[in-house]
Ligand binder design. Sequence first.
Ligand code: MN
Length: 212
Amino acid sequence: MGTGTLYSLPKLPYDYNALAPFISEEQLKLHHQKHHQAYVNGANAIFEKFDNTRKENIDFDVKATLKELSFHIGGFKLHNLFWENLAPPGRGGGGLPGSELAKALNSEYLKFDRFQKEFTQAAVSVEGSGWAVLTYCRKTKRPLIAQLEKHNVNVIPGYTILMVLDVWEHAYYLDYKNDRAKYVEAFWNLVNWNDVGKRFDHLMAWESAGIK
Ligand code: MN
């Protein structure tokens, strides 16, 4: 073993039934305990492979392994963010963004409805399995919507992700079958704008401090 530690599955910040009726207890439990856990296990298996092959001084397929690692770590981190971006409806979930984030979104999209529409369209049209994300371009000082395919394709290096929506079928199939659009519509009742806003404020504090 190396000196590093391994990944572990974080607890959800709410109960499994707390996001109902928009995400059911069964759906959330499966998503967290099986799918999120699989990325934890996948990343850890690769770290163990690093340790074991280095100890024995044997080769491994570096290209394939690094690709797989990027997939698992991407999945792990995006799910952490997703759980924190959500809150029970009416108890922190839903409503409208506040403060500086609201100003930035209004400046870019002119009104919240327009942002919501573009983000919804991004989420609904992600090809195959992936995510719709809200990020921010510090060069142009613009909020930016992006589509990540799988967990790691179309990632823009160095861009902080503020909000994510998982549109893998595993995220919604029990509740919505193949109706991704209905799931995306439901998502707006669960967005924890306080959490998203704090991430934006944190980024702006870096910006003000001149931290690249
Ligand atoms: Mn997922």
